[in-house]
Design a protein around this ligand. Structure first.
Ligand SMILES: [Zn+2]
Length: 118
């Protein structure tokens, strides 16, 4: 009896929650959308739908090439040339931490050897 009740409840709930065309229409009215065009340096235009009360970001990643896209078609954001620099910096940092690690290791080993020798 309990099982039958639960099954019936699930069936009714399922039909109510199931996304119907009416539900979608109501949702669309509640949150009107605007389409904001973004242009990337490669000339791709991307239109992104935002809720009318949503904050529109200045930049949007172009889904086609991954470059940052801006809302000014005449002046799209430049391709990120900082990337190689960042990579280089990361490389330098990596090297430096490696060197530090080696130095620390060397120091520890020297101390160990010193204690053992003494
Ligand atoms: Zn693009």
């Amino acid at each position: 009896m309990q099982g039958a009740f639960m099954a019936g409840g699930n069936a009714i709930r399922g039909t109510r929650v199931g996304a119907g065309p009416m539900g979608e229409a109501e949702r669309g009215e509640a949150a009107p959308r605007r389409r904001i065009p973004f242009w990337c340096a490669n000339g791709h235009d991307t239109r992104v739908a935002f809720a009318s009360d949503a904050d529109v970001p200045e930049l949007w990643d172009c889904p086609r090439c991954g470059l940052p896209a801006g809302q000014d078609q005449e002046n799209p954001p430049p391709a990120p040339r900082t990337e190689p620099y960042k990579t280089h910096l990361a490389y330098v940092r990596e090297r430096r931490s490696d060197a530090d690690g080696d130095a620390l290791l060397e120091e520890a080993l020297t101390r160990l050897r010193g204690r053992r020798g003494a």
